[in-house]
Design a protein around this ligand. Sequence first.
Ligand code: OOG
Ligand code: MG
Length: 274
Amino acid sequence: MDSTRIQAIAAALDEAVRQHQLIPPFADLQRLEDAYAAQDAGIGLRRARGERVVAKKMGLTSRAKMVQMGVYTPIYGVITDGMRADDGATLQPGDFVHPRIEPEIVFRLGRELAGPTTAADALRCVEAACVGLEILDSRYQDFKYDLPNVVADNASGACVVLGGEWIEARGLDLGNLGVVLEVNGRPVEIASSAAILDHPARSLAELANMLARRERTLSAGLVILTGAATQAVPFRPGDRVCARVERLGCARVRMAGVDSAVVELQPRIPATWR
Ligand code: OOG
Ligand code: MG
């Protein structure tokens, strides 16, 4: 695929994000290499608007996610400062199209990590861990996509919330931590960190190895989302969501209800009244 077409795909996805619109997947996007090039080009557009890369994310690293999305290959994406929200924030439904939310185990690197590597070596580069929530908002109808299309769409990424505090990784057994996703006070998804490729450090190693194939490394200080251990659930107006991870604490976020001011400004008048 030539670079003009790759740029055009990136621009169409970027426009869909900004206009809160859905678009059909790109039938001619078939090679993974082109898909990551389109993802890069999309991040380039964000950077040109002044956004800064703050994290990388792994996706489709648990069986629950793979089965839910029908894609069985781990992928990665990029998070910028424009995609961050504070712990406890209230988000606006109008900023999303069909948001879903999922719990994340998040690492911060104490030193540079270059692949090829193993989970054990990757784990030695992890300085601290925390709990996160990721809001996904695929640019494709019903989140229906194939592997290259979800990669080009930056792994459906929309917003990330980091919660609680960074806990020093040394002495922390990250291999079997309980993960609970609560919506409006009720646990709706329950898993273990072991669901993430058997250990979240394997997800980190996989990221380093995928990047190594593109001659890239992970720099010290970078934040990495290791991928949801559970499936993602719809994030509806009025929902209060909390991700709890054993030893790491919780991250919280809320979706505002239908705003009465907005309702007043945009009355839905039945056609028969007009
Ligand atoms: C893809 C995003 C995958 C994860 O944690 O598995 C992801 C999607 O669900 O559309 O972020
Ligand atoms: Mg995720």
